[in-house]
Design a protein around this ligand. Sequence first.
Ligand code: GLY
Length: 362
Amino acid sequence: MGERLTVHRGNAPIYDIVLSGSFDGLAHETAKLGLEGRKLCIVTDTTVAQLYLDTVAGLLKDCCGTVTTFIFPAGEAQKNLDTVRDLYRHLILHRFDRKDWLVALGGGVVGDLCGYAAATYLRGVSFIQIPTTLLSQVDSSIGGKTGVDFDAYKNMVGAFHMPKLVYTNVTTLCTLPEEQYSSGMGEIIKHGLIRDRNYYDWLKNNRTRILTRDEGICLEMIRRSDEIKRQVVENDPTEQGERALLNFGHTLGHAIEKCMGFSMLHGHCVGLGLLAAADISVSRGLLTKAETADLAGLLPEYGMPLTVEGIQADEILAAAGNDKKMDGGQIRFILLRSIGDAYIDMSVTMDEMRQGLQAVLR
Ligand code: GLY
């Protein structure tokens, strides 16, 4: 059972996203990239290493010259330049040259950090993404955004660097903690909201099977989300325009995440941001109240909160004003014309955002 999507630049294929119910096809997909005799470094964290490193290393060692592993402690706190420096040292020690490869095995932290090291080591080496969390399978492994946090600023240092392959084994979701699965659902619901009303309805109608993480339904869901992300990043790889639509719910969601000291999961904060942005869309006469009520009904079905306590609108707005989504001092806000149809709006005021936040602040 499996699927393949191909990301293009113009008419040229750049990389495949392979969706599978196992790691069985990994060696074959990797061998096609021509790694014979090359060194390959699998970058992963302590959690994922215990679960999948032996299997993945065992499969990859037959497609290349040597496999080394770089394992760092799990958690967002490690997504920084110190860990990147340790990785550079590992690569230098093992004499990696420009034709050698990195492999990111894990969630968004591993993928972003490994991708950034790949973008910068010797001015760029090739890398493969093997995402093992729902969030990384539907979002961070696709589209070539790489980077690390710097001081208190999330993803402040980074580069666009496309992987050569994204290989997703959806059965890795079976070992994912429930709250992490729920966090990934925030990005998935966002995909339906920005681009595809049928998909949004499908997410409502298939809740029970999605929650059991049934392999077939996960393959279908991830394929549909990846297809939306593929189209958007193909049209606008470096976020000059359309790619900003993927930031729906993120301007306020990310600001909430920051004000909460990153104690809430990213997808849950995005869910709150979706609600606040939907509320602004209602005030603008675009969405109906019934549609936002529908969204507010769906999010908790997937374990997502509807409200947050202990932070004030003013601090969220100050954090939003420092965000990367700013454009010449203006916030590039994403609103919905209707469910399945998002657009970029440069005219959303602080007052409108304050009003929208009232929908989620307690
Ligand atoms: N996660 C948003 C993007 O890839 O553009």
